[in-house]
Design a protein around this ligand. Sequence first.
Ligand code: AMP
Ligand code: GLY
Length: 421
Amino acid sequence: MKVLVVGSGGREHALAWKIQQSPLVDRVYVAPGNPGTELVAENVPIAVDDLEGLVKFAVDEQIDLTVVGPEAPLCAGIVDLFRERGRLCFGPDKAAAELEGSKAFARKICTDHRIPGPQWWAYENLAMARAFLESRPDGPIVVKASGLAAGKGVAVCKDNDEARAAVAECFDGRFGDAGSVVLFEECLAGPEVSLITITDGETIVPLEPARDHKPVGEGDTGPNTGGMGVITPVPLMPRVAAQVESQVVFPTVHAMNREGRRYRGFLYAGLMLTANGPKVLEYNCRMGDPETQPLLMRLKSDIVPLLLATAEGKLETVEAPVWDPRVAVCVVACSGGYPGAYKSGVPIFGLEKLDLGDDLQVFHAGTKRSAQGDLQTAGGRVLAVTALGEDAEKARERAYAAIAHVEFDGAHYRRDIGTAR
Ligand code: AMP
Ligand code: GLY
């Protein structure tokens, strides 16, 4: 069969790398892909927001399965469009992807279906949002742009003054349409964990627990990023996994069914483990990046039957995934200045020194080729160096030994990924 992966980051490189190992698959295309996906698949120059271009390619090439990495095309309705044109596409349709596309919608689902989350309030204009802040005692509060803001639309504010500034930014159009509804949330405290499951709306298969490290600096300091590195499995999780599944994941899938929005695809629940149990911080309608990279290195069984059966709504027919019991650690090498402004087009050296294989992979995120064919940076997160080891220490050693060979001007990465916290 022929498979098309939509996206151009480290997550999509890992997906293409795993999918092309399947005996069911003859050809893998990635749109638009990057220099990493080119090593394992064929890149086609169609942008992720060119839904018409993507579906035309899928029809013309008779693509059997399309797998969508990022949230934007899912929220824009790529799965619905493919369905109309008779092509199978993995991921939630537009109505179901609203769980990520509208934080206000996600909050309403939680409240209406008794899924634990913070208290929340949503406002559509500045005057009402200001009036709300006047009416509450001063203190910590979280302000969020309701729509998609590439992970940047959340401000955890220590008092009402900070909240007023965050609200003004949202309504000033900093996040475009995403900020036209502003959400206030009770400020929760506790360790954060994520649980990603794959579901067709009936059968629910949790993936292995993984922990992302979002702040740019060691010891979780500095501004938030898209994710600086991941360890999987997470020692803390087995004790809370059952609670998260029964109190959050199962009720969410059932709630979406009751709302007439059957959910098919990856469902990513970002949670805070509070003194009163796990509470939902956010939902994503896709796999995490960089969670995908170490998770797929630990997935021993074929991913394609899982993706196919989910898209076809018959996940119960597929055997449960088999996981490598070893630990995977993924460390992301970033451009100088990220998550602030950074340069692109910086030459990258050293990748050829690495002995890639079953226990070491380098997934490309923000890379490109120069006109001469040399590898250069092309984004904030550049490369995700991912290693397996018998335990966390061995996986860390292997990942850090490898990343030490990768050089580009300004490169930085966290040195504490996967250390116990
Ligand atoms: P989100 O993109 O909604 O996951 O938010 C990004 C980060 O903001 C989370 O990883 C949390 O660290 C923090 N955050 C979000 N919502 C809350 C909340 N209600 N209380 C405390 N922290 C939060
Ligand atoms: N790594 C966090 C995310 O993909 O949302």
